[in-house]
Write a protein that binds this ligand. Structure first.
Ligand code: F6P
Ligand code: MG
Length: 444
């Protein structure tokens, strides 16, 4: 597309995209295969011989997938008949048109974002083609482990939340802002804990993140916390005497485990402080990028928090369950979140979702993959404006909370990117740096 930088791709040998496709994705597929194999007995117990057959078939489809990837075979159409199959197959044609007839759409030649998303969809296809085990979440073990290993940190956060909620009435506006800012940063740094960047390792939070916030502050490259605060406090509704709350904040979730808890804590604070009346969470329809939240993870996490053997943690869990029952919190999933599209395509390709997001006063996009989709996963100059990279996407005021794990970053000061590169060549992919980056279409 004229004037728009190219998509990141494994075509660039040695790039992060290249290394991901060459090394990390096959590792993830191998782990998936191992996981299915390890659960063979469980499948047998549940489904008898049919379960064993399904296990074998699924593994053989996944091995074939890994081989296609490693030998840069053309991307194939999907055949499982899930309602989104047609979208994926149309998208493949779209890519083929963009690339021209000379070469096939393939793992190392096509946009990284597309083929990486496609891999997760193909994992889903392998399961869907083997009905008895279609619902098996191949990433479940890692997600639950990340949750349990972060217990200490979760307890510390719930205790902090209790302290804030208890004194809410007495807080000055400045104190409220302080808590807001801290919990926003906790949710930001929660994004360090995803399972996909490490190909499934090191994903829990052992210590309380509250203690490290000031040490981490210099690693936040863009900090629009003030803009987010103003958006929330300015969303004053008419006809609500004395109310300063935003009607609705949407959170486009990223990872289960510790990160999800930090999101729920922040959402709890937004409601209990009166900064928002309602929270809409957006999750994934099927297991995605190893650790992303599905409906099952969302419910499971709330149930586990309720059942915890810790006073403030279980109190938080009970409160969250109540919010869900009352409809103050709502969980949604939409096929678009598990498709490969850049978000600038949302208005045309998922108009219902775009319209739904327009109803929010603020949309928070958690994590790296969402940032890649916001910016189209393209090779932008670091000084390009966030607005430019969004290419017209802006259903509502929005903010990305993201630790950097891919080669795309916009909205930096002139020279900032160069300086970072000289200090730490891996600054864009190490997960050490972060942004709180906002855009408000209404203030244009
Ligand atoms: O390849 C590493 C990676 O899978 C990126 O592709 C992706 O953007 C990221 O990890 C997932 O991170 P997050 O969970 O923050 O979206
Ligand atoms: Mg993720």
């Amino acid at each position: 597309v004229a004037g728009v930088p190219p998509s990141l791709s494994a075509r660039v040998v040695g790039s992060f995209a290249y290394l991901t496709i060459r090394d990390r994705l096959p590792t993830i597929l191998t782990k998936v295969i191992d996981t299915i194999h390890r659960n063979k007995n469980k499948f047998f117990e549940e489904y008898g011989e049919e379960g064993i057959q399904a296990e074998k078939q699924t593994i053989s489809l996944l091995s074939k997938l890994r081989n296609e990837l490693q030998t840069d075979k053309p991307v194939l159409v999907l055949t499982d008949g899930l309602p989104d199959t047609e979208f994926w197959n149309q998208y493949l044609h779209r890519q083929q048109r963009l690339q021209g007839d000379q070469e096939s759409v393939s793992w190392f030649k096509s946009p990284w974002l597309y083929v990486e998303c496609y891999m997760y969809r193909r994992i889903q296809e392998a399961l869907l083609l083997n009905p008895p085990i279609s619902d098996f979440d191949v990433f479940n073990e890692g997600k639950t482990q990340s949750f349990f290993e972060s217990q200490q940190a979760v307890m510390a956060l719930c205790t902090y939340l209790e302290g804030v909620n208890k004194n809410m009435e007495e807080l000055s506006k400045n104190q409220l802002f302080e808590h807001f800012s801290r919990l926003l940063q906790v949710s930001l740094w929660g994004n360090k804990c995803d399972l996909s960047i490490s190909a499934g390792q090191e994903n829990s939070q052992k210590t309380s993140p509250l203690d490290s916030l000031s040490a981490l502050q210099p690693f936040i490259l863009v900090d629009d916390s003030n803009v987010v605060w103003s958006t929330l406090t300015a969303a004053q509704r008419s006809g609500q005497p004395g109310g300063t709350a935003a009607d609705r904040v949407d959170i486009v979730l990223d990872n289960a485990g510790f990160e999800l808890v930090t999101d729920l804590i922040f959402a709890d604070f937004l409601v209990s402080s009166g900064l928002a009346r309602q929270i809409h969470f957006h999750g994934k329809l099927f297991p995605w990028f190893v650790s992303d939240v599905t409906a099952n993870d969302f419910q499971w996490t709330i149930r586990q928090t309720m059942a915890a053997n810790h006073k403030w943690m279980s109190k938080s869990g009970v409160q969250w369950q109540t919010y869900v029952k009352q409809g103050v919190w709502r969980y949604h999933d939409h096929p678009f979140w598990t498709q490969p599209h850049e978000f600038c395509d949302m208005a045309a390709d998922a108009p219902d979702l775009y319209a739904a997001l327009q109803g929010a006063d603020l949309v928070l996009f958690k994590g790296d993959l969402n940032y890649r989709k916001l910016t189209g996963d393209r090779d932008w100059d670091h000084t390009a404006a966030f607005k430019t990279a969004l290419r017209g996407f802006g259903p509502a005021p929005l903010c990305s909370l993201r630790t950097l794990k891919a080669n795309v970053q916009v909205g930096l000061q002139p020279g900032q990117g160069e300086k970072l590169t000289s200090q730490d060549p891996n600054w864009m992919t190490s997960g050490q740096y972060a942004v709180i980056q906002s855009y408000n279409p209404k203030s244009e």
